[in-house]
Design a protein around this ligand. Structure first.
Ligand SMILES: Cc1ncc(COP(=O)(O)O)c(C=O)c1O
Length: 321
């Protein structure tokens, strides 16, 4: 597959869909547990959105997915490798082939991850990743597509905020010191606290592209894998269990998700993280619709806690000891 670099995962998705001539009657089937910006991206192309249910363990409710297959003008199914863990793609490939629909692999969370030597994001008709989530760069989204195309877009311009985040990422002790003492910080227990809903249509900036090309992905994967093990032991000691048990060194793990007892317990974890100078967070930015209707997805959201893996192994050992 060819690789095309953009500023964001959403931009890679947007431009991947432009390879096809969809009409405003066409629909795409996506998981119900997803950040709103993905929906906004699809809507910007006038696609109709249908949703299939995800289970609490982030596997697909196949009954729910199959029940949507007969709907008219269904053109594509999107599947998400949540937190870097691969979905079982075989069964989906079969379904898509049989129903003559496209399979799109959203590997935004796990750039560079592999399963049985196959790069994640390249297992469907097309796919995409978001290296900006796992590497310390200003921008970065990759589209994997078979076709060759010439796409002309302006380059992403870094903001002052990007610059400060990048600078701090090189000075971990300073970063933790600032985080511990921040007064104005994001409240991860507030579902309306969203800040990432812009549909960028830009290329990656030069600095981030050169960083991606130089980066030793294996070392990044190993660091994250080791942190995953440290967190997992810590959780077990405290009577919690990670949602995914099958972490492996070939995957690029974004974070370690688990369920807290309830929303106030989740908030305790976010606050504890802040006192340690690290970011423990909720995911994703759900749509207001989910929140106002108190959907199953919102109920899940309230208990889901994500533990970061982008910290030095020694520091994590220290806070978990
Ligand atoms: C599952 C999933 N897909 C796609 C995206 C979009 O990636 P990006 O933020 O790089 O545009 C995100 C994150 O926002 C995501 O969590």
């Amino acid at each position: 597959m060819k690789k095309y670099y953009f500023s964001h995962g959403r931009t890679a998705l947007l431009n991947g869909l432009k390879f096809y001539n969809f009409s405003d009657r066409d629909s795409i089937l996506i998981p119900d547990y997803l950040c709103e910006v993905v929906e906004l991206t699809l809507k910007s192309l006038n696609l109709k959105i249908l949703k299939y249910e995800m289970k609490d363990d982030f596997t697909i409710n196949m009954q729910s997915l199959k029940s949507k297959l007969k709907l008219k003008n269904l053109k594509a199914i999107m599947v998400v490798n949540y937190f870097g863990f691969p979905q079982n793609i075989k069964v989906l490939k079969k379904i898509c082939k049989k129903n003559k629909i496209l399979l799109i692999e959203d590997n935004s969370h796990g750039y560079g991850g592999k399963e049985n030597s196959k790069l994640l994001g390249t297992r469907g008709n097309f796919g995409f990743s978001s290296p900006r989530k796992v590497l310390q760069i200003y921008s970065g989204g990759v589209l994997y597509h078979k076709n060759i195309a010439s796409i002309k877009l302006p380059k992403y311009k870094r903001t002052i905020k990007d610059f400060i985040i990048q600078l701090l990422s090189k000075h971990f002790s300073l970063k933790t010191l600032i985080k511990k003492n921040l007064i104005l910080r994001k409240d991860f227990s507030d579902p309306t606290n969203q800040n990432d809903n812009i549909i960028y249509n830009t290329y990656i900036d030069d600095f981030s592209l050169s960083k991606i090309r130089q980066k030793n992905i294996k070392i990044e994967k190993l660091k994250r894998f080791n942190n995953y093990k440290i967190w997992k032991n810590y959780l077990i000691k405290n009577n919690f269990i990670p949602i995914f048990n099958n972490a492996d060194k070939n995957l690029m793990l974004w974070c370690l998700p688990f369920y807290a007892k309830n929303a106030s317990d989740a908030k305790k974890w976010f606050d504890w993280g802040q006192r340690q100078g690290i970011t423990i967070f909720s995911w994703p930015d759900l749509s207001i619709d989910n929140i106002s209707k108190n959907t199953k997805c919102f109920k899940r959201w309230k208990r889901l806690v994500c533990l970061p893996l982008d910290i030095p192994n020694n520091y994590l050992k220290h806070i978990c000891s």
